[in-house]
Design a protein around this ligand. Structure first.
Ligand SMILES: [Zn+2]
Length: 326
């Protein structure tokens, strides 16, 4: 199995994501569980045993689980989780209670488990089509940078990505091919006409102070909070693909960081309208901050967008290879 490369190549992480078996709920002792705010949590020790880590260290609010191939690190009160060098945002912070650290059930089942535990992600079926969604358009310019606006960069990136994916043999559908406005619902409806497809929405970020780097969003699982705020127990159609969504997000983010460098803002969850209704694996990629002058300058360069398209293509190709080679 592909985990073999795990210890030295974070970017193989997706290989492991692609196998998913149900998280057994009957194998833990009661002492390994706790309830907080009405939710079930598993102790770090339970996570260690269940996922067959060999080492555990807890000090100064930090939990580190190790095996020959995987290093998991999380900090009390923080949602940040590292699996080797791949950075994730958990649905809930690591809980510290009575000297023991706990991971929420949804993070164990929908993040750690699909990444680490062999099994099949049944929804990650072979695909030949990539729906490339250039964010914004028409009267909706998106964020504004010093050299241009988001809608022009997402479209430029979409065309570059289209050409590079076509060169790899994919069929590519653009949700918009010019400077036109489409609602988020129209984008989803258009995407859902295609089968054997995945969906990649392209955006650029903006922050009033200090934002930098790349991030990739997958739809929040039910019974979790969103990185953008808000709890929901609703199951959207996109949630049927939770395991595939995080596999695709992991591939896209990991290869973008590997090939482009810069600040790694990690793999995050949100209930974006453009992801909720999808009937195929989908992610939303944020390719840097237009509010950051040096990033905005790079994004304004054709060469950089070409490299960004190449990194996205690599992530998509890896995701496909790993889902179809099992
Ligand atoms: Zn946007």
């Amino acid at each position: 199995m592909l985990l073999i490369h795990f210890q030295r190549l974070t970017y193989c992480l997706t290989a492991a994501v692609l196998f998913l078996a149900p998280l057994a709920t009957d194998v833990h002792a009661a002492a390994d569980k706790t309830t907080h705010d009405g939710r079930t949590y598993y102790s770090a020790q339970w996570i260690k045993n269940y996922f067959r880590f060999t080492g555990i260290s807890t000090s100064k609010g930090r939990v580190i689980l190790t095996s020959p191939k995987v290093r998991l690190a999380a900090s009390s009160g923080s949602q940040t989780l590292y699996l080797n060098r791949v950075k994730f945002t958990m649905s809930y912070p690591l809980l510290s209670k009575g000297g023991t650290y706990y991971f929420s059930h949804v993070d164990a089942a929908k993040l750690i488990h699909p990444v680490l535990k062999p099994g099949n992600i049944r929804q990650a079926t072979p695909f030949s089509t990539v729906i490339v969604d250039a964010g914004h358009g028409g009267h909706d310019s998106g964020s504004r940078g010093p050299y241009g606006v988001e809608k022009q960069y997402t479209l430029a990136l979409a065309y570059k990505l289209k050409r590079q994916l076509q060169a790899k043999g994919f069929k590519v559908v653009l949700t918009r091919s010019g400077d036109s406005f489409l609602s988020l619902q129209q984008r989803v409806a258009l995407a859902n006409k295609y089968s054997n497809a995945i969906f990649v929405s392209l955006h650029f970020n903006w922050a009033s102070s200090g934002g930098a780097g790349l991030e990739t969003f997958a739809l929040s699982p039910p019974d979790s909070s969103s990185t953008m705020g808000g709890y929901s127990s609703t199951q959207f159609s996109g949630n049927r693909l939770d395991a595939a969504n995080i596999a695709l997000a992991t591939a896209v983010q990991a290869y973008s960081i590997k090939q482009l460098g810069g600040v790694d803002r990690g793999i995050k969850r949100a209930r974006f309208a453009v992801l909720k209704g999808l009937k195929m694996p989908g992610v939303l990629f944020e390719g840097g901050f237009l509010s950051n002058r040096s990033e905005a300058k790079k994004i304004h360069s054709n060469l950089y967008l070409e490299r960004m398209a190449a990194s996205l293509t690599t992530g998509i190709v890896k995701y496909r290879t790993e889902t179809t080679s099992r």
